[in-house]
Write a protein that binds this ligand. Structure first.
Ligand SMILES: C=CC1=C(C)c2cc3[nH]c(cc4nc(cc5[nH]c(cc1n2)c(C)c5CCC(=O)O)C(CCC(=O)O)=C4C)c(C)c3C=C
Ligand SMILES: [Fe+2]
Ligand SMILES: [Fe+2]
Length: 386
């Protein structure tokens, strides 16, 4: 078994031993016995001659995050960015001009520059990015909390871009006997650029399978009370640790081009609802708790208000104490640790601000794991009753 798949140690995978040759399977048997065997199976043997052993009866849970480069060197970052930025769900403009810009400009300059940013946040102990460390830990912790619920459950993790790939982990889950898989794109708010592309990639892998597992995809959880409560509790705890009281708190979400919203992507509305519910739960007004969008890329308009411009304007208007929370990120990553805690802190101080805090994402905290576990158990209903 691949080391990343976590399962209760005591549980043995069911190995199907179909007891009938082609066309004679008993009602209730799986179709594992459907391979023509060249003759009826001897009654003493449960498996037709030449029939391979088939593992099944298990239920996989595959959590999937965005992905990250394998290293901070320009080649690793280039490989990752090329895969990411060639995805039509991410960059919908696919014409010749975009290809020239991507290959002629972006992939020549951005990898070295972003590699330096990744270096600032890299997990040197494990030689990987924090996104990978945290996603693996979420998978391990989820497996531990699900083990008592149902021994058939197997938990694994994958990345949409880079490693471990979705295809490799689906194959591994199948090889372990998972004939049902719950796919959990780790995005509380749905966007075509994130959730849909995880589904696209999963179905591409399934297209190559003769015997596909039954698949479920977790619904986004942007307004789930467990999620809102976990965010609120985490914010309250983190604010209590600070040496200052923020005048303003910003909820900063990753942006998307405004054009995607105009074409019907629900992402903005999901973010706005998370923000409103959280604001109500925290008892703050709209001036004190702002909604902004970060990580703009390219020249087109993205969702507004922009985080960096809001931070600058707040500092210049005399706000001295600022905290930023990033509820759309299931784990800390380049966009939170470098862009928010690094770049935006600098913008704030440069504009005259004094105290700045970037609050941690839910990550693999107890509250964070409560959220993921709640989503998973909700989506497993009917497959697992516990
Ligand atoms: C260019 C278009 C991009 C869209 C659209 C986009 C949407 C989007 N992204 C996330 C989450 C993350 N993005 C991260 C990094 C990142 N994002 C883009 C571009 C788009 N994202 C790029 C090019 C990069 C790489 C870094 C860079 O070159 O700037 C990350 C961090 C990954 C890490 O390794 O830590 C996350 C997470 C969401 C949620 C989203 C839309 C809703
Ligand atoms: Fe992004
Ligand atoms: Fe709407």
């Amino acid at each position: 078994m691949n080391e990343s798949i976590r399962t209760p140690a005591s549980h043995a995978t069911t190995t199907l031993a179909p007891d009938a040759a082609y066309g004679t399977a008993r009602s209730g048997d799986t179709r594992a016995g459907d391979r023509p065997s060249g003759g009826a199976a001897p009654s003493s043997s449960p498996r037709p001659a030449g029939h391979p052993p088939v593992k099944n009866g298990r239920i996989g849970v595959l959590i999937v995050n965005l992905g990250t480069p394998d290293g901070t060197d320009a080649d690793s970052v280039k490989k990752y960015l090329k895969e990411f930025l060639s995805d039509r769900r991410v960059i919908e403009e696919t014409g010749l001009i975009w290809k020239l810009v991507l290959n002629g400009i972006i992939l020549r300059t951005r990898p070295a520059q972003k590699g330096r940013d990744y270096e600032k946040i890299w997990n040197t102990e494990k030689n990987e990015s924090p996104l990978k460390t945290i996603t693996r830990s979420q998978s391990d912790m989820l497996a531990a909390t699900l083990a008592p619920v149902d021994g058939r459950l197997l938990v694994d993790w994958a990345m949409r871009y880079g490693n471990p790939s979705i295809e490799s982990r689906l194959d591994a889950l199948k090889a372990e006997g998972c004939d049902r898989i719950l796919l959990v794109p780790l995005y509380p708010q749905y966007a075509a650029a994130t959730t849909a592309t995880v589904c696209d990639e999963t179905f591409r892998a399934l297209m190559r399978m003769r015997w596909q597992p039954t698949l479920r995809v977790a619904h986004p959880w942007y307004d789930d009370p467990v999620y809102i409560d976990a965010l609120a509790r985490s914010i309250e705890e983190e604010l209590a640790k600070l040496s200052f009281v923020p005048d303003v708190l910003i909820a900063s979400f990753h942006g998307i081009p405004k054009e995607y919203f105009d074409k019907g992507d629900p992402y903005y509305c999901h973010c706005a609802k998370t923000h409103r519910l959280l604001r109500e739960r925290l008892g703050m007004d709209e001036d004190r708790f702002r909604l902004t969008f970060q990580s703009r890329f390219g020249r087109a308009e993205w969702l507004q208000p922009y985080t960096d411009m809001t931070v600058k304007a707040l500092a210049e208007s005399g706000v001295k104490n600022l905290a930023i929370v990033t509820p759309g990120f299931t784990s800390d990553c380049l966009e939170t640790l470098e862009e928010i805690a690094g770049e935006n802190a600098e913008i704030f101080h440069h504009g005259g601000g004094e105290n700045f805090a970037a609050l941690p994402c839910l990550n693999d905290s107890t509250a964070g794991m409560d959220v993921i576990r709640n989503v998973v158990l909700r989506e497993l209903k009917g497959w697992v009753d516990g």
